[in-house]
Design a protein around this ligand. Structure first.
Ligand SMILES: Cc1ncc(COP(=O)(O)O)c(C=O)c1O
Length: 404
């Protein structure tokens, strides 16, 4: 008789977005005339930019001609894209990252979920609380945690680093020593970030204790403050302790196209073994490359036109972020985020729980957001709004919230 991976049974079920969808559907059915503004899910809304569309068209035409047709892509990515990434995202910022240290993939969700495969099951992980759920759930699936405790809403064997108002939503170095540390800045869901100096402390700590940092920089394009590092490799010593993940989803609107990458410096080693060689082996065995046309589209965002157009989309969303953040603050809400990230993290008023505020906002304003408690117990009493809507919707949502 076959056996299943029983670690999957430890997962309590991902109710967050399905619960939201159910509640919204019930509300719409009961109130067919009410117009709903959705500022819940972290998906982009602007269409792809002309530079990307042109590159896609060009690549599709190449695929239709015998002389330029492409079959399987190289497992680790086409050189044209890896070189453009190394040059623009790293070398231009003074980071010594070479093209062959970049692994092109179909996005940061799969990379951040799959990376655990190359690490032993007995490593202890540390995560922020609240957190992007992929990091914890994939470690549960791998058997790297104990059971879930519904009372504490935590898995045994995981080091949780609370990110609260009192610490500026920045994790503190834990008292128990982890082997693998997941960091994500700018952060989903809190929209918070840490300074380059603070990040340097994490790099120094990881090097000291022999831990690896898995650094998710999916929202890098939203950084507006000088003091914030765009890459962990801006920190001294990061080449020996950090893996960085990036995505084309939030900067260039590739959520439906799918493209991302992971950087593993060759200096990151466990004894004599480079982590780079393990991920190359894993990629070569389990991944057949991101589509040629999508890699060409990715390359296009590094052209002059592509850079300009990408900046315009980011600026559009960040205008929403500013409007929502300042508008809510003017209404007396306690808000954070929205400066280096497209997420606004607000404290629920009158001691409401995150879900109570969700219902209240839907009922009174017809606005949908995401309850902070869905990202971990330290998110209770908080609520996430995204800046990925239109200006009109963001403005209308604010006006409706003011009338509640
Ligand atoms: C922190 C974080 N990492 C990764 C992702 C997923 O990125 P991708 O679309 O490249 O899979 C998201 C998406 O919401 C995210 O919030």
């Amino acid at each position: 008789m076959f056996k299943i991976n029983e670690n999957y049974l430890k997962l309590p079920g991902s109710y967050l977005f399905s619960n939201i969808a159910k509640k919204v559907a019930a509300f719409t059915e009961a109130n067919p005339d009410r117009d709903i503004i959705r500022l819940g899910i972290g998906d982009v809304t602007l269409p792809l930019k002309p530079a990307v569309i042109d590159a896609l068209h060009g690549a599709v035409d190449e695929m239709g001609r015998a002389e330029s047709f492409k079959g399987y892509a190289p497992d680790l990515g086409y050189a044209f894209l890896r070189e453009a990434i190394a040059k623009n995202d790293f070398q231009a910022r003074g980071c010594q990252i070479a093209a062959d240290e970049i692994f092109v993939s179909d996005g940061a969700k799969s990379d951040s979920g799959n990376i655990g495969e190359i690490f032993g099951v007995d490593n202890k992980i540390a995560v922020c609380d609240p957190v992007y759920p992929v990091y914890v759930d994939t470690n549960v699936m791998a058997g790297r945690t104990g059971l879930y405790n519904p009372e504490t809403e935590r898995f045994a064997g995981v080091i949780y680093m609370p990110c609260l108002e009192s610490n500026g939503f920045a994790p503190e170095i834990p008292s128990e020593t982890p082997d693998i540390i997941y960091l994500c800045f700018p952060n989903n869901p809190t929209g918070a970030t840490i300074t380059k100096d603070q990040l340097q402390e994490w790099v120094d700590y990881a090097n000291k204790v022999g831990a690896v940092i898995i650094y998710d920089a999916a929202y890098e394009a939203y950084i507006s403050e000088e003091s914030v590092a765009h890459s962990i490799y801006e920190c001294e010593g990061a080449r020996t302790c950090a893996i960085e993940m990036r995505s084309f989803s939030k900067n260039a609107g590739f959520t439906g196209l799918r493209l991302g990458y992971t950087v593993i410096p060759k200096d990151l080693k466990c004894g004599d073994v480079t982590v780079h060689s393990l991920w190359a082996r894993r990629h070569g065995t389990k991944f057949n490359g991101a589509p040629y046309i999508v890699q060409r589209a990715g390359e296009a965002i590094y052209s002059e036109a592509g850079k300009k157009q990408t900046k315009e989309s980011v600026a559009y969303y960040m205008e929403n972020a500013k409007m929502i953040r300042e508008g809510l603050a003017a209404q007396g809400y306690s808000v954070s985020g929205g400066v280096n990230a497209p997420y606004i993290w607000l404290k629920t008023p009158d001691q409401m729980t995150s879900w109570e505020f969700f219902d209240f906002l839907l009922e009174k304003a017809g606005v949908v957001g995401t309850p902070g408690s869905g990202f971990g117990p330290s998110g209770e009493g908080y609520f996430r709004l995204t800046a990925f809507g239109t200006h009109e919707n963001s403005k209308a949502a604010l006006e409706r919230i003011a009338m509640m």
